[in-house]
Design a protein around this ligand. Structure first.
Ligand SMILES: *[C@@H]1O[C@H](CO)[C@@H](O)[C@H](O)[C@H]1NC(C)=O
Ligand SMILES: *[C@@H]1O[C@H](CO)[C@@H](O)[C@H](O)[C@H]1NC(C)=O
Ligand SMILES: *[C@@H]1O[C@H](CO)[C@@H](O)[C@H](O)[C@H]1NC(C)=O
Ligand SMILES: *[C@@H]1O[C@H](CO)[C@@H](O)[C@H](O)[C@H]1NC(C)=O
Ligand SMILES: *[C@@H]1O[C@H](CO)[C@@H](O)[C@H](O)[C@H]1NC(C)=O
Length: 238
């Protein structure tokens, strides 16, 4: 009894401690809820560009947000309504899993992470009659429902940063994010920095020796060995 009392006394303050992410998740454009920080961005861009833009907090593998339960749906609805318009469409991290399977099959939808892995999205709050013909999804506050939309459509978006994904910020992640500008796209995923310069074309030989944007790192053309790496490459291609 005495032992459990001691444990209680010493663990209670820890449970209430404010995390780094929580402490920094302040401002009208963001909310901390559960163990995630949600940041809304009011720049309308296509889905793949939004996916590559969740870099507000380094070291948390930011990704488009997951409407994983009613609390997330409620807190992000509140964020949209106070920071923006209830009629705005907001990109989510939901995509179809298998491009050959039916888009109308709710089991074919998932919540995606930055590295192309995903968790089941069978709980998604679809509007009546959906999903249908598109393979990305956005949310609208006035309906409090999500709708399928084409990747190339442009919308605002919400990024999510999770405590569970926290890892030390490396020199490479810092340099990768700093390299990004209006003509260079980058994404830091699983300790690798992917870089694309859409306006630059080269023959294969020249491109092989051009992966030298980051000094101190021996860059090489991207290795696409897994479905996850293909998913990342697809975001850049779009
Ligand atoms: C949060 O803020 C503290 C100091 O204000 C800073 O040291 C820390 O790096 C920040 N964390 C993130 C994830 O931005
Ligand atoms: C998250 O937000 C929802 C909606 O505002 C709220 O009901 C819930 O209590 C919040 N959860 C936490 C852990 O703050
Ligand atoms: C994707 O869907 C097609 C059509 O239903 C099916 O034949 C195929 O096995 C599925 N692929 C995977 C990896 O599940
Ligand atoms: C973007 O970064 C690249 C590579 O560092 C640089 O060559 C280019 O001038 C930059 N462009 C802009 C518009 O800042
Ligand atoms: C690329 O390099 C190979 C081997 O050196 C050479 O045969 C080929 O002509 C080069 N191609 C171009 C387009 O420069």
């Amino acid at each position: 009894m005495l032992l459990s009392l001691v444990i209680l006394l010493f663990t209670f303050p820890t449970a209430n401690a404010v995390t780094d992410l929580q402490a920094n998740c302040t401002g009208t454009d963001r909310r901390y809820n559960g163990t995630s920080c949600y940041v809304m961005v009011k720049t309308a861009i296509r889905h793949s560009a939004a996916k590559l833009s969740c870099n507000h907090y380094l070291g948390y593998s930011g990704h488009l947000y997951h409407i994983r339960n009613a609390a997330v749906q409620a807190v992000t609805k509140q964020l949209i309504s106070t920071y923006s318009l209830a009629t705005d469409y907001i990109w989510t991290g939901s995509e179809t899993i298998n491009s050959s399977a039916a888009l109308t099959d709710k089991n074919n939808w998932a919540h995606y992470y930055r590295d192309g892995t995903f968790v089941s999205g069978t709980n998604l709050p679809w509007a009546t009659g959906y999903p249908s013909t598109n393979n990305r999804a956005f949310y609208r506050s006035t309906d409090d429902r999500i709708f399928p939309q084409a990747e190339a459509s442009t919308s605002f978006y919400i990024c999510e940063y999770e405590e569970a994904l926290k890892q030390p910020v490396t020199d490479l992640e810092q340099k990768c994010v700093n390299l990004k500008n209006s003509s260079v796209l980058t994404s830091f995923v699983n300790d690798a920095c992917y870089v694309l310069q859409p306006a630059v074309t080269k023959n294969y030989n020249d491109s092989k020796v051009s992966c030298n944007a980051l000094s101190g790192y021996n860059g090489h053309l991207a290795h696409i060995r897994t479905m996850e790496e293909l998913w990342i490459a697809e975001a850049f291609r779009f």
